[in-house]
Design a protein around this ligand. Structure first.
Ligand code: ZN
Length: 296
């Protein structure tokens, strides 16, 4: 990817080329095009057709053509380099036309383009980008300038698309918040009774042994063995590719936790298989604990 410094160097080179002539118009300034323009714009001024001159604002019309692939004009070289550097967004910001004289019916116009400036990178509401400016001058047959146009665009780096949110969100509530907080820190937390020390999972409001509602937690070592499992083939699950393994993993701490086994073919999963917890980002926000095979 081209660096910002290289882009500025390339811009200086394009500017140093000065005016670069483009292809002449396919047709000379003509009455049918003028008539069509006046009609489209709703311009009823008779001066143009009466005296055989084109409305000055038509300047660009005479030489407008589809982009040619491999066009090595200074503007195109610069736009291609900006695209390649990731500044793929484009929005026109300025267009100023200067009219030197009327173009007359029968004159063949030829454009010439001068790349004038690349400014940036600048932070804008659309993203970080460069302002590129160039000037097109239209010349009549004798090399006489008829009109010119300054054009400025902002080439910006579009903000990166956020990943689609994973559709299945865990229920985070007062009982389970400590568990998900642990997952965010890379800890596998198991709820404990603050009075008798009994561990329990899934988390709940009351100790099943002494009925205390005082809660605490321990951080499990992160190893376990597959106690039981299913391979899910059907139906499809949003955000998931089938088949996948859902296992009950028994921890040496004495509780069992439900989770996916990943990092191995589903058919290689078996009861008693040693696994270790790992943390898988599902989208920009959600991380889920999952299990991978480990050497016993
Ligand atoms: Zn207890």
């Amino acid at each position: 990817m081209t660096g910002d410094g290289e882009l500025r160097e390339l811009a200086a080179k394009q500017a140093a080329l000065g005016e670069v002539a483009g292809a002449p118009a396919a047709d000379p300034v003509n009455v049918p095009m003028i008539r069509h323009w006046l009609s489209a714009m709703g311009d009823a001024n008779p001066v143009y057709l009466d005296t055989g001159v084109a409305p000055p604002a038509m300047a660009q019309v005479w030489t407008m053509q589809a982009p040619v692939s491999g066009d090595r004009s200074p503007v195109n070289v610069m736009m291609t380099a900006l695209d390649a550097a990731g500044y793929t967004g484009v929005v026109a910001t300025n267009c100023e036309q200067t009219y030197h004289r009327y173009a007359r019916v029968g004159e063949l116009l030829t454009p010439a383009t001068r790349f004038t400036d690349l400014a940036g990178p600048k932070r804008t509401a659309l993203g970080v980008g460069f302002f590129a400016t160039w000037v097109i001058t239209w010349y009549a047959d004798a090399g006489e300038p008829v009109a010119e146009m300054l054009f400025r665009v902002l080439k910006f780096r579009p903000p990166e698309k956020r990943a689609e949110p994973y559709p299945l969100r865990p229920a985070v509530n007062r009982d389970t918040a400590f568990f998900w907080e642990g997952v965010r820190r890379g800890e596998l937390r198991v709820q404990s009774c603050a009075d008798c020390g009994e561990l329990r999972h899934p988390p709940g409001p009351m100790c099943p042994r002494c009925h205390s509602v005082n809660r605490a937690h321990v951080v499990a070592g992160g190893e376990g063995v597959v106690y039981s499992y299913v391979v899910h083939h059907h139906p499809p699950v949003p955000g998931r590719e089938t088949p996948f393994v859902v296992a009950v993993v028994e921890l040496p701490e004495g509780v069992r936790i439900v989770g996916n086994v990943v990092g191995c073919p589903p058919e290689s999963v078996d009861v008693g298989m040693p696994v270790r917890v790992t943390y898988r980002p599902m989208d920009d926000e959600l991380v889920l604990p999952v299990w991978t095979p480990r050497e016993s």
